[in-house]
Design a protein around this ligand. Structure first.
Ligand code: ATP
Ligand code: MG
Length: 423
């Protein structure tokens, strides 16, 4: 019997995993600088949290969740995204009561969606996301967007496009909603059955329909921007002003919508323009959700965040031909000749590692030539050659693999020497 990995999942092996670590470390470092703190929530939650928090009418809840009953018959779902869990924890653990507000959180971890697997679309994928809870300042919207852009730019991506929109406050959205119904109602029969349901439920989501995207009424639909009241217009203006002040270019796209009722004001997406990136170009999506905390039983709390997947980020790096600066090599590989030298190498290696050096040796009783080959495979900067003769004189030969030069060093000086040369 042989086993295969489930569809839509990946094994990330050595050689590849270093890229993930590099990206994740870069994200963590950015969060530290922007003062977002990590939160780790469970991989599974009660299904009801996502039904409420992500929204009954979304594709995620209707078609994509991994839901099962546990042994006591409770409905459990593997998390499809991170915002609902983060806000649940914020409410349940009363983070809103902390003196320091807004509460700025980030997460990195696997998410699960039953989707049709293709490049950039997996059934298990890793999202990095941030949430800022408790502030209604447009500067925080600009900060959240800036952090996402900063991550991509720090990693070297150039072909980026940021689009933003405003969904306004509830008053603006209500006026827009009525205009949308008036626009689509006379010809709603020409739309798919989903859109027919959406007309009264949530007409904004018609604009997001993938089936009817080419219908002529789509292009002429009333734009949300015409319905923004004064407060919402000013808010959107401020977000744009702060983005510009941060040196971030953007386009306003009134067609960028998020259907759920608790989304308001800022919505944004970051896309890759890179040639050969393929059909799926969205790298990151985010927006403001001032009604979410209340929706899941907490106090009314403004919030904004984004989520992006590491998979798509790495695909964008590949499309742009960007190599991450990952150092794979060891500082020193110890090559031994003779039994005493072999024994002595055990503690020498251990001491090197304790001193902070990246060090390795042979464990297969290889001949000297094969040990040197292994040193090459480990991309060793230095090879330390220890034979029984050297040992008798308390010295060791150190070969610089880049220059090919060799020096004899006192055995008790070798670590100091290597540290000087490599750190
Ligand atoms: P899409 O339109 O591509 O399905 P989405 O609207 O479902 O995206 P969000 O729920 O907003 O995406 O998730 C935010 C980000 O997470 C996306 O911009 C994308 O980078 C990533 N993402 C979403 N689904 C997947 C997936 N199945 N595999 C890999 N990355 C994903
Ligand atoms: Mg999706």
């Amino acid at each position: 019997m042989s086993f295969q990995i489930p569809r839509g999942t990946q094994d990330i092996l050595p050689g590849e995993v270093e890229k993930w670590q590099f990206v994740e470390n870069t994200a963590r470092d950015l969060c530290r600088r922007y003062q977002y703190k990590e939160i780790r929530t469970p991989i599974f939650e009660h299904t009801e949290l996502f039904a409420r928090g992500v929204g009954e009418s979304t594709d995620i809840v209707q078609k994509e969740m991994y839901t099962f009953q546990d042994r006591k018959g409770r409905s459990i779902t593997l998390r499809p995204e991170g915002t609902a869990s983060t806000v649940r924890a914020f409410v349940e653990k009363k983070l809103y009561a902390n003196a320091s507000q807004p509460t700025k959180l980030y997460y990195i971890g696997p998410m699960f969606r039953y989707e049709r697997p293709q490049t950039g679309r997996y059934r298990q994928f890793v999202q990095f996301g941030i949430e800022a809870l408790g502030s209604n300042d447009p500067a925080i919207d600009a900060e959240v967007i800036s952090l996402a852009m900063n991550l991509y730019q720090t990693l070297g991506l150039k072909s980026l496009k940021l689009v933003i929109n405003s969904l306004g406050d509830s008053e603006s959205r209500k006026a827009h909603r009525e205009a949308l119904i008036a626009h689509f109602e006379p010809r709603i029969g020409e739309f798919c059955s989903d859109c027919q349901k959406r007309l009264q439920q949530n007409p904004l989501r018609i604009l997001d329909c993938k089936k009817d995207r080419d219908h002529d009424l789509m292009g002429t639909a009333p734009s949300i921007l015409e319905f923004l009241n004064e407060d919402s217009t000013l808010y959107f203006y401020k977000v744009q002003q702060y983005l510009t002040a941060n040196g971030i270019e953007f386009e306003v796209d009134p067609g960028l919508v998020r259907g759920l009722d608790y989304y308001n004001h800022t919505a944004f997406e970051i896309m890759s323009n890179a040639e050969g990136f393929g059909a799926i170009t969205t790298l990151c999506g985010g927006g403001r959700y001032n009604g979410l905390a209340q929706e899941i039983g907490g106090p009314e709390t403004p919030g904004i965040g984004f989520a992006l997947s590491i998979e798509r980020l790495l695909a964008a790096l590949e499309a742009e031909g960007i190599e991450l600066p990952i150092s794979a090599g060891v500082d020193c590989y110890i090559v031994t000749m003779g039994d005493q030298a072999k024994d002595r190498a055990v503690s020498l290696l251990n001491n090197m590692r304790n001193a902070g050096l990246v060090a390795e040796k042979d464990y297969e009783d290889k001949k000297m030539k094969a040990q040197f080959k292994a040193a090459d495979r480990h991309q060793a900067k230095f090879v330390a050659v220890l034979g029984d003769d050297e040992l008798a004189n308390n010295v060791i030969a150190i070969k610089n693999m880049e220059t090919g030069t060799q020096e004899e060093i006192a055995l008790d000086q070798v670590i100091t020497y290597l540290k000087q040369k490599t750190m």
